[in-house]
Design a binder for this molecule. Structure first.
Ligand code: F6P
Length: 378
C-alpha cells in the first residue's frame, strides 16, 4: 500500500491550487495514513530536490489562499534551462523520486503539465494529475479548477466597465485570458452582458463587429462592450497563422532544416506583429464607428486571489479522489470532474489535446440568441 507521496504544482498558477493540495494532503494523511512532501516550484524543485514536508500544520489555513504555497514554474523535465543550456533532466528527477522512496507523485497543472507528467509516467514514476487552469481548456474533464474564480473576476470587471463605457459613450475592448480556448471570454461575456464576444475558435471580421456596434448606436445605445480572448484573431491573421503553421508542419515532415528554420522565423515574426492585436482592433473600431474606444487588459488579475466557493469545492473533491486512487494503486491517470463525481482518465487520452469551445456549444447558441455579435457572418 502506498505510504509516501510527493506533490508539485506546475504551469501558470490558478485559484484553488492550495485547496487541492490541502484536499490531497488531508485525505492522504488522515484517511490513508500516508506521508506527503511538496516539491517547490514545479518540475524544477523535483530536479533540484527542494522539498517541504506537508503535515497537518502546513495544510491548515490554506484553503482560501490564492496562488500555490509550493510555488510554480513553466519548466519542462526534458527541456530544462540549466545555466545557458537547455537539458533533458528527466533522469535527475527520477533519482529524486527514488531517493525519497516515493510511491507516487501528484502533479497539479494544465495541458502542458499533463504532458510533462505523462513523460515522467513513461519513465516509470507512479504519476497522478489534477486539472487546473483558468482557461478551462484541459481535455477529458468537465471543468478545471481556477476557471470559476476567473469567471467571477472577469464578469465583475465587465460589469464595472459598463458604467464608464455608458457615461462616455465609448467602446471598451476588454481582453481576457485564454490563448487557445475562449471559455473565459464567452462565459464572462455572457454573464457580464458584453455586446460582442470574440474567441480564438471563431476568427472575426472587424467590419462585422463595427456593424454590430453601429446597429446598437442606431437603436440608441451609444456604447458597446467588446470582450475578446487574448487568443482571438481576425480572419486575415488566422489565415496567415494557419499558413505559417502548415509550412512548419510540412518542413518537419520533410525533415528540411533550412525550410524548418524559415517557417519558424516566419511564425515568430507573425506572432510578434500580432502582439498588439487588441489595440489594433480598438483603433480600427474607432475608425469604422466614429466612437472613442479604450482597451482594458485584465491579464493576471484573473489568476490572483481567493478561490471561489465552487473552485474550493471542486479542488477539494478532486484532491480527495486523488488520495483514494493512490491508495488503490491507480496511476498514469488524471482525476477528472465528471458531473457530481470524479473519474480517472488515462493520461494518454488527455495529453496533446486542447478542449476548445465547440461551434455548436450551448453557450454559443445562448450568446447568439440574445443578440451578441461573435464577429462572424452567419
Ligand atoms: O494559465 C493559463 C494562462 O492564464 C493563459 O491564458 C495565458 O496566456 C497564460 O496563462 C499567461 O501565462 P504567464 O503567467 O506565463 O504569462
Amino acid at each position: 500500500m502506498p505510504k509516501s507521496i510527493g506533490i508539485l504544482t506546475a504551469g501558470g498558477d490558478s485559484p484553488g491550487l492550495n485547496a487541492a493540495i490541502r484536499g490531497v494532503g488531508k485525505a492522504a494523511i488522515g484517511a490513508y495514513g500516508m506521508q506527503i512532501i511538496g516539491f517547490r516550484d514545479g518540475f524544477r524543485g523535483l530536479m533540484q530536490d527542494r522539498t517541504v514536508r506537508l503535515t497537518g500544520a502546513e495544510l491548515s489555513g490554506i484553503l482560501t489562499v490564492g496562488g500555490t504555497i509550493l510555488g510554480t514554474s513553466r519548466d519542462k523535465p526534458h527541456k530544462m534551462p540549466v545555466g545557458d543550456q537547455t537539458m533533458d533532466m528527466t533522469n535527475v528527477m527520477l533519482e529524486t523520486y527514488r531517493r525519497h522512496h516515493l510511491d507516487a507523485l501528484v502533479c497539479l497543472g494544465g495541458g502542458g503539465t499533463q504532458k510533462n507528467a505523462y513523460h515522467l509516467a513513461k519513465q516509470g514514476m507512479n504519476i497522478i494529475t489534477l486539472p487546473k487552469t483558468i482557461d478551462n481548456d484541459v481535455s477529458g474533464t468537465d471543468v478545471t479548477f481556477g476557471f470559476d474564480t476567473a469567471l467571477g473576476i472577469a464578469t465583475e470587471a465587465i460589469d464595472r466597465l459598463h458604467s464608464t463605457a455608458h457615461s462616455h459613450h465609448r467602446i471598451i475592448v476588454v481582453e481576457l485570458m485564454g490563448h487557445n480556448a475562449g471559455w473565459l471570454a464567452l462565459g464572462a461575456g455572457i454573464a457580464g452582458g458584453a455586446d460582442v464576444i470574440l474567441l480564438p475558435e471563431i476568427p472575426y471580421d472587424v467590419e462585422i463587429v463595427a456593424e454590430a456596434i453601429r446597429q446598437r448606436q442606431r437603436r440608441g445605445s451609444g456604447f458597446s462592450i467588446v470582450a475578446v480572448s487574448e487568443g482571438a484573431h481576425s480572419r486575415q491573421d488566422a489565415d496567415a497563422l494557419a499558413k505559417a503553421n502548415a509550412e512548419l508542419v510540412e518542413a518537419k515532415a520533410e525533415n528540411d532544416k533550412k525550410k524548418k528554420k524559415q517557417a519558424k522565423e516566419r511564425l515568430a515574426q507573425l506572432t510578434q506583429t500580432m502582439q498588439d492585436k487588441t489595440f489594433r482592433l480598438s483603433r480600427k473600431l474607432e475608425e469604422l464607428t466614429g466612437l472613442e474606444s479604450r482597451v482594458t487588459i485584465l491579464g493576471h488579475l484573473q489568476r490572483g486571489g481567493t478561490p471561489s466557493a465552487a473552485d474550493r469545492l471542486l479542488a477539494t473533491r478532486l484532491g480527495t479522489a486523488c488520495a483514494e486512487l493512490i491508495h488503490k494503486g491507480v496511476f498514469g491517470v488524471m482525476v477528472a470532474a465528471r458531473g457530481e463525481c470524479t473519474e480517472p482518465v488515462p493520461l494518454e487520452e488527455v495529453v496533446g489535446k486542447v478542449k476548445l469551445v465547440p461551434p455548436d456549444h450551448p453557450w454559443i447558441k445562448t450568446a447568439r440568441d440574445i443578440g451578441v455579435c461573435l464577429g462572424d457572418r452567419l
